[in-house]
Design a protein around this ligand. Structure first.
Ligand SMILES: Cc1ncc(COP(=O)(O)O)c(C=O)c1O
Length: 395
């Protein structure tokens, strides 16, 4: 391919995701002292905005870490060495919960579902019923980024409630892309990170924690310091709110701007945009002749995964798209390396990002010897986008 004409870069991965210019710009402003009123105003406004996006009245506790820090905070606060804990996973990030529980010495029951399938709430129910001693917490994933599959958190919350078990949900990639009404569904703990649908750089992690989970944490004698939920809750509840540790000031400034953008767009519109972009991506994949990876449902609105044709060397595709065309998509992880491609659309994405990614995918496949008709993916996606809404009249 001729690199001269592929001189622009397009980021189509599920985190970090592209930043809106206003979000980037605010981080170039002089850094603020975190105890100065100018920062506290930003901090308090962003903490309140987070509650809206998390759809909760809980405290959304914030940590200066990547998303995994928030996952670790849940395990550090709820898991006791030698005590039962349950993980239900169907992908790489679900497995992270199990690795964390093991690191903290839990007596772990790990229900492993095949990657690319959904966690079966019925089997989770049976596993909880069969435990010798009740588990204090169960850990699951909302949007499993390694496969694109979105799990049925609403039903899982009902199952957890039946056994009075605290449900912890990893919504690192789903938060702000697909609705997860935490309070309505009765989910105790939801964790997320700044660098995906929240349209910010990496660096902030969140745990929205119910009072029940905070109380369980207070009763847990396991040692922890930075990630102690009650320490952070006590600081954030002060007036003015006070982070117990130095917050990642520039990312908070970014988050404040991003949350204002989400609020201006309206949460329902944000979800509808993600749904429309995902439909367009799915239509494009099908038009290329690729089989979708994951169940054939329509709620996988964060990442679109597709099997790569067996006739090509799939491992070469992401590199070819990135280095040859300037389009960064993700390949498969672990045993799916070289077998699938994952195109993300969570966060600051619009219609033409999908067209670019699909066209680039089609071109790279053709370059690798696959027989696709140029323009078929873009055409199919365009039809979906037109159905999703005509452009506003100009002038
Ligand atoms: C669902 C999910 N959980 C956890 C993580 C880990 O987050 P981080 O890499 O920010 O630690 C990711 C990151 O991609 C993710 O998508």
């Amino acid at each position: 391919m001729s690199p001269g004409i592929y001189n622009k870069s397009y980021l189509m991965t599920a985190g970090p995701t592209p930043l809106p210019p206003a979000v980037s710009q605010v981080m170039a402003e002089p850094i603020l002292y975190h105890r100065a009123p100018t920062f506290i105003e930003v901090y308090e406004r962003a903490l309140a905005g987070l509650k809206t996006v998390f759809q909760t009245e809980n405290d959304v506790l914030a940590f200066a870490s990547s998303g995994s820090g928030a996952l670790e905070s849940a395990v550090a606060n709820l898991v006791e060495a030698g005590e039962p804990a349950v993980v239900a996973s169907a992908g790489k990030f679900g497995e992270r919960w199990a690795e964390l529980c093991e690191a903290y010495g839990a007596d772990l029951t790990h229900l492993e579902f095949e990657w690319g399938t959904k966690i079966d709430p019925e089997q989770v129910d049976q596993a909880l019923a069969g435990l010798d001693r009740p588990a204090k917490a169960i850990f699951v994933t909302h949007s499993e980024t390694s496969t694109g599959v979105v799990h049925d958190v609403e039903t899982l919350a009902k199952v957890a409630a039946k056994y009075d078990t605290i449900l912890c949900v990893d919504a690192v990639s789903g938060m702000g892309a697909i609705s997860l009404p935490q309070d309505e569904w009765g989910v105790d703990v939801v964790v997320a990170g700044s660098q995906k649908a929240l349209m910010c750089p990496p660096g902030l992690a969140f745990a929205s924690v119910s009072q029940k989970a905070l109380d369980a944490a207070a009763d847990n004698p396991t040692g922890r310091y930075y990630f102690d939920w009650n320490k952070t809750a006590n600081g954030q509840r002060k007036s003015p709110a006070d982070s117990p540790f130095t917050p990642g000031v520039p990312v908070w400034m970014a988050l404040d701007v991003a949350l204002k953008m989400i609020s201006a767009e309206g949460l329902d519109n944000v979800y509808a945009r993600h749904a429309a972009l995902a439909r367009a991506a799915r239509a494009g994949i099908a038009a290329i002749g690729l089989e979708r990876f994951g169940p054939d449902d329509d709620d996988a609105n964060v990442v679109t995964g597709a099997y790569l044709p067996e006739s090509i060397d799939g491992g070469k595709l992401p590199k070819l798209m990135r280095d040859g065309l300037g389009i960064t998509v993700a390949g498969g992880q672990a045993h799916l390396k070289g077998k699938i491609v994952r195109m993300a659309h969570c966060g600051y994405y619009g219609a033409f990002d999908i067209i670019v990614a699909l066209t680039g995918l089609e071109m790279a496949l053709i370059d690798l010897g696959y027989d696709a008709k140029p323009g078929s993916a873009a055409g199919a996606a365009e039809k979906v986008l037109i159905e999703a809404g005509s452009p506003e009249p100009v002038g």
